[in-house]
Design a protein around this ligand. Sequence first.
Ligand code: PLP
Ligand code: TYF
Length: 386
Amino acid sequence: MFGSLKPQPEDKILALMSAFRDDPRGDKIDLGVGVYRDAQGRTPVMRAVKSAERQLVENQTTKSYTGLTGDPAFADALGHLVLGNAPFSHAATPGGTGAVHQALQLVRMAKPDATLWLSEPTWPNHTAIAAHLGIRTRTYRYYDTDTGGVWFSAMAEDLERAAPGDAVMLHGCCHNPTGADLALPQWREIAEILDQRRALPIVDLAYLGFAEGLDADAAGLHILAEAVPELLVAVSCSKNFGLYRDRVGLLLALSDAPAVQGSLAALNRLTYSFPPDHGARVVQMILDDPEMRADWQAELDDMRTGMQTTRHALADALRERSGSDRFGFLAGHHGMFSLLPATSEQIARLREDHGIYVVGDGRMNVAGLRPAEVPVLADAIVAVGI
Ligand code: PLP
Ligand code: TYF
């Protein structure tokens, strides 16, 4: 039976994580996997999460099953944070990856021959999950390697080719891997194109609060939600609540179709029955309690401004060392990631000669860099000739 199984392509990000773990050098620097780290290099449990968990342990009276789409209070609290007052259907999922997976299953259920459009480049799991589900994909041009910004004219031109009923994956903010986000007028233009083409936007929202703040980061999504009749949003609480391993996600659907909620429940049942509850409940408790919510937001703001400070420090250090503004784009990007304009040989030299781990395509996690390591990285980038 299992003799027919083929070796599977590995996830390059996760493979890099194990290579880093196995590297004995004491001064190695991990800029690979997208996990937030503070100035001490820790990924702490957020204060509000600790408080909510304490209350939960104290007060929870049962761990019996919730509903197939999870606790409605969780969907209500997080759904309103993300979409404001628009009515939505919802399903809690194991992490944002689960939400992306369920979104694509819903698309396949509704329209088996739909094409999914993905940005070039995008998070590798988008491509992999679509392939696993047998969904055809096409890419749209997104990133301008010369400027480090969005190649908007090409993106718009490509999306004009979407057919009615195609699905288009967009990153809500903090584009992974490029760090280059759409400006609000560009969101308006994309919304108009997708509405005209009658294509379904799927917004992958894994970094709400990491770019410019909770409201600003949802502004593009809100423009879209007002412009199109149907929309899916795959929300992750891994980063902004620091709940990575607890697997907290939510799929939201804006639609008038009466069967959407039932279909989401059925897809959850067919995939894993009930979604995990612990982390979802923690998120709901935080969002529904003014004090914990304010504390969460304050800590999230600190994380965001910390990443911004690192970005500016790195751009400055590189300006000094390279004598040019070639790396100025790093300061303008949002979130954890940016792409270094490096060859695979240069990435290998960063790893082998300097103990600096960056994903093979040049993606680096800015949040993995401690302030004291900024000059070390800048020296290394210049030393390998990037
Ligand atoms: N989508 C993108 C673009 C991501 O970078 C991530 C990782 O954080 C996710 C979705 C979902 O992650 P998780 O399944 O850990 O919530
Ligand atoms: O892109 C990242 O680094 C994060 C974490 O299969 C991640 O989104 C990476 C790979 C993966 C799941 C999550």
